[in-house]
Design a protein around this ligand. Structure first.
Ligand code: A2P
Length: 292
């Protein structure tokens, strides 16, 4: 696996980044500082995680120059009607003049009280994001999306002026999404894997297939799961941790064989444990319509 992947903007995105979903303020500042001091060059956050301020403080505390870091944040669903103000707020919270990547978090505009904003179209939001990107090259190095299925990407690409640089989606052996990954690659969209371990209390960490491959290479099950994503073409990966030893260990990527990879993806058939639906369906309970 290579240490970085080239975006359709020409910029390089480091293959492994520190995820910060569910990293609490207080813990995340230290995690970001520790990761950057120990070789990470890629940090992923989101307005919705409510930790951008601490992520910014961690970056400052690390002493690593901003230009050596690939920093991603995301537009929160209730801010889809006003992306310009949300961008400004994220830049201020992170104490940074620019973002390496800014993603639409979900194709799901919401009201301030977190209900489906059915009167609003996420495609309008994307057009606003494109405009912000084209008019503010000093603030936005790349734009992209997250939690987009093929259907949603098809609708976006039909009208887009800017092809998203990235689609960030859930990927792990119980959520391989190969068809979606192939589609993104065919359109020049890099895929970023979130929850590569299967998120909190993941049964994948004790799965016998994962353990067997981990033993073969004398690494941990987490290394195998993270490496699985890093070994896919045009895929970057965001292991989340606030624990020093794990942050260190998770950066180690190993090369897996074709057989290892097919064995890991075969887990899917027996060990589904989490919903894995990109697109509106992720918020299905809120009554969003499906994409037509
Ligand atoms: P913690 O942050 O307390 O270290 P994912 O990246 O799939 O979202 O998974 C994140 C979860 O996995 C968190 O609960 C995190 O705990 C835990 N985790 C992160 N790295 C490892 C590791 N190397 N071994 C075991 N658990 C890990």
């Amino acid at each position: 696996a290579s240490t970085s992947v080239k975006l359709n903007t020409g910029a390089e995105m480091p293959t492994v980044g520190l995820g910060t979903w569910k990293s609490k303020p207080g813990a995340v500042e230290h995690a970001v500082e520790f990761a950057l001091k120990n070789g990470y060059k890629h940090i992923d956050t989101a307005a919705a995680y409510e930790n951008e301020k601490e992520v910014g403080l961690g970056i400052k505390a690390s002493g690593v120059p901003r230009e050596s870091i690939f920093l991603t944040t995301k537009l929160n669903n209730p801010d889809q009607r006003n992306p310009a103000a949300a961008l400004q707020a994220s830049l201020e919270a992170l104490q940074t003049p620019y973002l390496d990547l800014w993603l639409m978090h979900w194709p799901a505009p919401m009201t301030k009280d977190m209900k489906a904003d059915k009167e609003y179209d996420w495609l309008t939001t994307w057009k606003d994001m494109e405009k912000l990107y084209q008019e503010n090259p000093d603030k936005l190095k790349a734009i992209g999306v997250s939690n987009f299925s093929v259907k949603f990407l098809e609708r976006l690409l039909k009208e887009a002026k800017v092809v998203p640089a990235v689609n960030q989606i859930e990927l792990h052996p119980s959520c391989p999404q190969q068809e979606l990954v192939d589609y993104c690659v065919s359109k020049g969209i890099v895929v970023t894997a979130y929850s590569p371990l299967g998120s909190d209390n993941s049964p994948l960490l004790t799965n016998p297939v994962v353990k067997k491959i981990a033993d073969k290479y004398s690494v941990s099950p987490a290394n195998v799961l993270i490496s699985l994503q890093a070994n896919r073409k045009s895929v970057t990966v965001l292991p989340k941790s606030v624990t020093n030893e794990r942050i260190l260990a998770n950066a180690k990527i190993i090369d897996l064989t074709e057989e290892d990879i097919s064995d890991l993806f075969a887990i899917d058939k027996t060990a589904h444990f989490r919903a894995c639906h990109p697109g509106w369906t992720g918020f299905g309970s809120l009554g969003f319509p499906d994409c037509e």
